[in-house]
Design a protein around this ligand. Structure first.
Ligand code: FAD
Ligand code: SF4
Length: 508
């Protein structure tokens, strides 16, 4: 009879964790599909399927390796009031004397599991997930609090893209200048590597339990990698087919495809099937042997996302929670427009970003930030509603990474902890970085009247109504100077167009 219970959460599929180094007959691993996890927000159906299917495969792999695993499906846990009481029952049934769990990444679960010692007779221990490159309190260790300095310190610490003298390869830390081009019309795009998992039985189970979901799926052909082996295949595909153009077209948006040169590794990373350092080091080594095809700018741009942004937003999350989830610096109050849930809008750029999100549970960073996020920012949508949408719809959405990106970076609801100015943009930017405007119902060049691009008047309306907050921000000085160059009648016409659009958001 096992004496120790070890709880594995759905985003803790780290096969290389030290827990699994030895098979121990005294240890019982427990994995559970739970209503509390399917119901805390409405998730994309592919997200629920991918998490549960990956958990099932992970438990099977542990069993095959000789570990004792108790895997509980939704059928098995349907009478559990919640995770804590379910664990208490299991501890009693199995006469457990100690319970271990890995540090949850979400504040919600961290708080919940911290109540375990008071509930159980067993001793309770929390172990590290052995996944991240910084500790939860990393924010305190990097006093400058800006991503760039955080990232440089981590590059030094992990000796990534450095020369013998400890200086950045290529003489610079940042190659953004070389990157971020629009996609040329004739630029071929790689066909994304898609997996083909039959999850029909699981899908039936979700339906039997009446789990509410959003988005589309063909359950016979789930496209996401569910095992470490397939996650590694996706990574290898990225190295061979996408890395050479990653940074160059990182910010490009197009009607021609849905993932361009992006890696789509966020699900594999956030479930911990892949470790960030293995991705970073393998990418650097791959580049070293393929320098004729791949420039340093591409590799640096990719590594920055994982070593820099990913660790940075996590540090911010743990520093600022729980208050962060309540912040609403710009006092935004409007409800999320209906078209976020079905993608039927005349705005071609928004239609593309939303429809592909519903179809694939995926949009790349600039679609999230400069289309759906930008539109919500300009129109003053309540950040709770924006958060619920992002937390539900994306395959990679887990609160520790979703919240700082959404509430902070895209909505400026944190007052500038992540972004030194709001990521607000007009059609000018969208036209520059995409091919969407050519086929759009709206005219990207016009700022006023019916048929003018909503992003234009809404952009100026946003800046005008938040003038007190932003006019002293040096990064916006030129923008306000441009606004001041419009005549009073031009300003009035722009603001009137924006007001009209704000009254009819659902019809845009
Ligand atoms: P790539 O472009 O290939 O980048 C490689 C990896 O870098 C990603 O897999 C991811 O792990 C990491 N990364 C890149 N940018 C960021 C970032 N800003 N923050 C943290 N990690 C980053 N990412 C999530 O993982 N989960 C979320 O719920 C999430 N919500 C977001 C919400 C908004 C409003 C915005 C603007 C961004 C959000 N991001 C989120 C960050 C980013 O958009 C996704 O990580 C990325 O689009 C995932 O696609 P990819 O794997 O192809 O990324
Ligand atoms: Fe988007 Fe405006 Fe361009 Fe249409 S015209 S695609 S709404 S930016």
């Amino acid at each position: 009879m096992a004496r120790e219970l070890r709880l594995i959460l759905g985003d803790q599929l780290n096969a290389r964790h030290s827990w699994y180094r030895q098979v121990d007959p005294d240890v019982l691993y427990v994995m559970a599909e739970l209503r509390q996890e399917t119901d805390y927000v409405v998730h994309h159906v592919q997200k629920v399927l991918a998490f549960f299917a990956a958990m099932r495969k992970f438990s099977q792999a542990l069993k095959t390796a000789g570990h004792q695993v108790l895997y509980l499906t939704l059928d098995d846990t349907q009478d559990w009031p919640d995770l804590l009481q379910g664990l208490a029952q299991l501890c009693a049934t199995h006469k457990i004397t100690s319970l271990r769990y890995q540090a949850p990444d979400e504040y919600r679960l961290d708080q919940m599991l911290s109540r375990l010692p008071g509930l159980l007779d067993a001793e309770v221990f929390m172990d590290d997930t052995e996944h991240f490159l910084t500790s939860r309190d990393a924010w305190q260790n990097y006093p400058n609090n800006r991503m760039e300095f955080f990232y440089r310190a981590l590059r030094r610490h992990y000796r990534v893209l450095l020369d013998e003298a400890g200086q950045p390869l290529g003489g610079r830390w940042n190659f953004d200048q070389e990157n971020r081009h629009k996609l040329p019309a004739k630029q071929p795009l790689p066909s994304p590597l898609l997996f083909d998992e039959d999850v029909t039985e699981l899908h039936d189970q979700l339906q039997r339990h009446a789990i509410q979901t959003l988005g589309q799926v063909d359950p016979k052909h789930l496209i996401w990698p569910l095992t470490r082996k397939d996650a590694k295949r996706l990574f290898q595909f990225f190295l061979e087919h996408c890395l050479a153009d990653f940074g160059r077209y990182q910010d490009a948006m197009t009607d021609r495809g849905w993932s361009l040169f992006h890696s789509r590794l966020s699900f594999c990373l956030n479930t911990k099937m892949l470790h960030p350092l293995e991705i970073i080091q393998t990418t650097e080594n791959y580049w070293k042997t393929h320098q004729e095809q791949i420039s340093l700018a591409q590799v640096e741009g990719f590594i920055r996302q994982i070593l820099g942004w990913r660790e940075y937003v996590r540090a911010l999350y743990w520093e600022k929670m729980p208050g962060y989830a309540e912040m609403n610096e710009l006092a935004a109050t409007r409800p999320l427009p209906e078209f976020y849930w079905h993608g039927k809008t005349h705005m071609a750029c928004m239609a593309q970003a939303i429809q592909q999100s519903l179809e694939h549970a995926y949009a790349h960073h600039i679609q999230r930030l400069m289309l759906t996020g930008n539109f919500a920012l300009l129109t003053g949508i309540h950040p709770d509603q924006v958060d619920a949408w992002y937390l539900g719809i994306y395959i990679d959405a887990i609160e520790w990474v979703e919240l700082p990106n959404t509430r902070g970076m895209s909505q400026f609801a944190d007052g500038g902890w992540i972004a030194s100015k709001p990521y607000a943009a007009s059609a000018n930017y969208i036209h520059k970085m995409s091919d969407h405007c050519a086929g759009c119902h709206y005219d990207h060049k016009r700022k006023t009247g019916q048929g003018s691009c909503p992003f234009n008047s809404l952009y100026w309306h946003f800046l005008h109504r938040h003038r007190d907050q932003f006019c002293k921000n040096p990064r916006l000085a030129l923008t306000y100077a441009n606004w001041n160059k419009f005549s009073t009648s031009e300003q009035e016409a722009i603001l009137a167009t924006a007001e009209t659009y704000l009254q009819q958001l659902d019809q845009l």
